[in-house]
Design a protein around this ligand. Sequence first.
Ligand code: SF4
Length: 372
Amino acid sequence: MRWQGQKLGETDAAALPGLEDRSSVLRSVTTPEFAGMTFHEVLSKSALNHVPGASRMPFAWTINPYRGCSHACLYCFARGTHEYLDLDGGADFDSQIVVKVNVVDVLEKELRKGSWQHETVALGTNTDPYQRAEGRYKLMPGIIETLAASGTPLSILTKGTLIRRDIPLLVKAAERVPVDVQMSIAMYDDELQKSIEPGAPTTQARLDTVRALADAGFRVTVFLMPIMPHMTDSVAAIDDALMRIKATGARTVIYGALHLRPGVKSWFFQWLDRARPDLVSSYRGLYPGASAEAPKAYRQWLAKRARPLIRMHGLDGRHEDDYPQRGIRPGQGHVESIWRQGGVQSTGRASTAVTFRTTGSSSASPAQPMLF
Ligand code: SF4
């Protein structure tokens, strides 16, 4: 690993924020309780990350207590960021987790600075703050309490049912500052969910968690994304998802099609080759070369299909394209923040010819883009 064997005090300008000092690694831990996982405990120099170019965004600051994520979603855009640590974006991302064990202490110091403007801080923008490691390290309670005590609003996006542990704390925090909670639930077919998000809690467990949060008084937003072309984009699939979301008491849904950034694309296609070889050529057509996003025609088609269903279920709905294109936007890993350090992102996008055909799945449904 990049930082191992380095001299004390040596710095690395290309490292992840807070890990520039390679001597910051305390130890690597394996434990029978978390079989197959290694936790790399580090001392971070910073807790708050400023989001570049976020002036048009709902928040400009993030905290990511963990790097890597045991939820292991195949489509996770953050996989590429693990390569900065000389770890791979596949199994290493799922099992070699960097833990900023001093994040609460550092945060307290940063929030005490006179220059702190108490802007909203977002958690879960890069990796999941309620992944399995949180069960061991319990960093989130300190983060929530510290932010609330300083008068700083917070926003949490997670797939982790462990957030239920902190509902009483979140309720207390919400008495002092605005607290926004979002749950990411993309797959409503259990077999597909287990295959694509093998380390994440089940869909039903996450829906139950949304219910618990709504019962505690939170207006929960559900991220219905990524919607997978040809797998979860049928009228029946979207309708079923929205019905189950509505039943939880959630108010708002944000939806969007699958993104496949360069750091994740090869891992995703390895899975597709094994699990759905019949779809490989379709996906090559949808995400050719360095293209990370489904073509605009597909995204527009998806919006036309989803909007009336969202209205029918009495939910507020937003398409991810309603968000600005720069800086940070809802995505699949957890939030697509454009990582300017080290240049992980690729903006290159091949042009794609798009024609249309009728799917026949619903007479009221718009024609599906044909891309292959
Ligand atoms: S998408 Fe979110 S939950 Fe899934 S692996 Fe990435 S960070 Fe973890």
